[in-house]
Write a protein that binds this ligand. Structure first.
Ligand code: AMP
Length: 287
């Protein structure tokens, strides 16, 4: 992949990159379109499909994460002139548990990680302490392999996009980061590969994240400023009206520094994570 990317670079071909974990949906596809727009007809768009083990905690859903590589490849082939990059665990993390390459690097074991130390402490980072270390590590590796001029991330994972932007600035990666809007189902549920787990009534209950966002937006529109603690309590109450839903967190914060806001007002970012049954869903919005 890196050899190809260097050749494209040498030929003056711009490279757009969309990292994903596969099981592609219209949210991912919108990022691919955005990447194509940025690099133009003559550019190359690379989509990586890799379920990155280092961003999952041992208790999380790594082995159960939905996969359908054949369908993903067909989607990419049918819709765009894009290249798909599907590295293996052996290639990405030689020598780590579960990887079996057996060469010299393997025997020494993979041991280098990229860690962002401020923005990754709250919200997703507080609930999933090793998550962002895995994300920044794999994205840094993918940037070094794919050598993109532009890379597109979804606003759906707002904190992740903010941390990637910080990593790129701090470590001088020569890549422009674009954050593209969240694609939603007709009833407001943010598209996600994990929505596959929402069977029966859980699918209906999952719309509670979108309801919470709308209630917070309406409250702030009406009263301009509103105590964040009071709004958090209202969101918790709303979520827990659903029989199988449990609020993990809801936060109001500055969209750039991610510093918590004591008052919710227009321009403040809101993010929440909710378990619906066993499935953990996240969503966010600018108020
Ligand atoms: P994932 O495969 O979940 O790791 O996501 C890959 C990329 O797609 C990330 O940049 C996500 O933020 C983005 N993404 C996921 N869901 C959506 C969505 N509903 N709308 C737009 N982008 C999304």
């Amino acid at each position: 992949m890196q050899r190809l990317a260097k050749k494209w670079q040498g030929d003056g071909i711009r490279i757009g990159f969309v990292p994903t974990m596969g099981y592609l949906h219209d949210g991912h596809i919108s990022l691919v379109h955005e990447a194509r727009k940025r690099v133009g007809k003559k550019g190359m768009v690379v989509v990586s499909i890799y379920v990155n083990p280092t961003q999952f905690a041992p208790t999380e859903d790594l082995s159960k994460y939905p996969r359908d590589l054949r369908r993903d490849l067909k989607l990419c082939r049918d819709n765009f002139r894009s290249r798909v990059f599907t590295p293996t665990n052996e290639e990405m993390y030689p020598g780590k548990a579960g990887s079996r390459r057996g060469d010299e690097a393997d025997k020494r074991g993979y041991s280098t990680y990229v860690v962002e130390e401020k923005l990754s402490r709250t919200m997703e980072g507080a609930s999933r302490p090793t998550h962002f270390r895995g994300v920044t590590t794999v994205v840094a590796k993918l940037f070094n392999i794919v050598l993109p001029d532009v890379s597109v991330f979804g606003q759906k994972d707002f904190q992740q996009a903010t941390i990637i932007q910080k990593m790129v600035a701090d470590l001088d990666f020569p890549v422009k980061i674009i954050v593209a809007p969240t694609m939603r189902e007709r009833d407001g549920l943010a598209m996600s590969s994990r929505n596959k787990y929402l069977v029966g009534d859980l699918r209906r209950q999952a719309t509670v994240l979108w309801c919470a966002i709308q209630i917070a937006r309406a409250t702030v529109k009406r009263s301009k400023t509103f105590p964040a603690a009071k709004l958090k309590a209202a969101v918790k109450k709303l979520v827990e009206c659903e029989p199988d839903a449990r609020l993990d967190y809801v936060e109001f914060f500055d969209p750039e520094t991610l510093a918590p806001a004591a008052v919710a007002r227009p321009g403040v970012q809101m993010a929440l994570a909710v378990f619906v049954g066993k499935t953990r869903l996240i969503d966010n919005t600018r108020l």
